[in-house]
Write a protein that binds this ligand. Structure first.
Ligand SMILES: *Cc1c(COP(=O)(O)O)cnc(C)c1O
Length: 369
């Protein structure tokens, strides 16, 4: 069985965790601080703050941008729920805009239509590991006085014109979940160049307390702290992140070569200036294909190729949003794309023969028709 994802855990991760366990400090301590300093340096931002999930990181980012009741935040319906749910945590309103079929992310023309006097922020998503094309949206944000929170949960290590997430908008959020390009099991981080945003993120993480002022509660807060155990894993992962991503890119290029000229299959499109780090390698199966997307997925699984759909149903069609009035037909591109996408294994532990097997299996399935 070729799995759709597999964490790359080696001696370094294991030894650093053992070291932390023996140290006596297993909660949030020096390893978390070291991770924050190292990660900020890696992203070329002034600050990084660590959390116990990517969801917590997004929530803290929104809190730091002062998103509150009656505010509106625009995001994509074609993403994981955690891009949108933290907006609810701040009692604000989630407003969707449609996506482009090129990079499966927010279409700036559609975003413009949904801006009102209540709009405070936009959350573009670096879907599948490619940084969102910020050129247009940055202009729109500037003209309308809007904040940008980058959902970079899938794009750690990716660049756009050599820049990393956290430098395009006001704050970027990352996830360290087990399937992500870099992991601590569960965990998250924000990056920012703003001192105020960094401080507010730390406050929300630690019960509304300011750093170095314990038992003074300035605001509502949570326990969103990462442990030193998790930070130790993340630090070991960060050291090899560029190598991990290199392997993902090489696997993606092999898949591109093997699938590019296949009728009805559209391989991933990389926008100019982007280094795509392939959190997912996602193809589109169009009407011209000999088999349906679902049939291809089923047959691939029968051959032992783990593949999956990210995401089978756009967010606005789930009960949590339909009860707010969203309905079928609201975002036609997102709805069509969710019927066409299929993600194939691309993770760094794949062997050359595995990648070849994936390509051969797809051609076999199509040739049988
Ligand atoms: C993984 C992910 C998140 C949430 O991260 P968790 O660490 O699972 O809380 C948010 N947005 C996107 C796009 C993600 O892929």
């Amino acid at each position: 069985m070729i799995y759709i994802s597999k964490p790359d855990i080696g001696k370094d991760e294991i030894n650093s965790v053992v070291e932390v366990l023996k140290s006596g400090m297993i909660a949030s301590g020096p390893k978390v601080k070291e991770l924050e300093a190292t990660f900020a340096k890696y992203c070329n931002t002034k600050y990084a703050v660590a959390f116990n999930s990517g969801t917590a990181a997004i929530h803290a980012g929104l809190y730091a941008l002062d998103i509150k009741e009656n505010d509106e935040v625009i995001t994509s319906p074609f993403t994981f729920i955690a891009s949108a749910s933290p907006v609810f945590m701040q009692k604000a309103k989630v407003v969707f805009a449609d996506i482009s079929e090129i990079d499966f992310n927010l279409d700036p023309e559609s975003v413009k239509k949904y801006i009102t006097r209540k709009t405070k922020a936009i959350i573009p998503i670096d879907l599948y590991g490619q940084i969102y094309n910020y050129k247009e949206i940055s202009k729109i944000a500037k003209q309308n006085n809007l904040y940008i929170l980058e959902d970079a949960c899938q794009s750690v290590g990716a660049t756009q014109n050599k820049k990393k997430p956290g430098t395009f908008g006001n704050v970027a959020a990352f996830s360290l979940y087990a399937t992500k390009n870099m992991t601590s099991g569960e965990g998250g981080l924000i990056t920012t160049n703003s001192l105020r945003i960094m401080q507010k993120c730390k406050m929300l993480r630690h019960h509304g307390q300011k750093e170095n002022a314990q038992y003074k509660y300035y605001d509502i807060g949570y326990n969103y702290r990462l442990t030193d155990i998790g930070a130790a894993i993340a630090l070991a992962q960060l050291k090899k992140l560029d190598d991990i991503n290199k392997k993902r890119i090489a696997n993606a290029e092999t898949l591109n070569g093997g699938l590019r000229n296949t009728r009805g299959i559209v391989t991933p499109i990389v926008n100019p200036g982007n280094k795509h780090v392939y959190h997912q390698y996602t193809i589109r199966i169009t009407k011209e294909c000999k088999v349906t997307r679902d049939k291809l997925m089923q047959s691939l699984r029968e051959k032992g190729v783990g593949c999956n759909i990210y995401y089978p149903k756009p967010l606005h069609l789930h009960p949590v949003f339909t009860k707010l009035g969203y309905k079928k037909g609201d975002f036609p591109v997102a709805e069509r794309i969710s019927r066409e996408v299929l993600s194939l294994p691309v993770h760094p532990l794949l062997k050359t023969k595995d990648v070849k097997f994936i390509i051969d299996s797809i051609h076999e399935i199509l040739d049988e028709k």
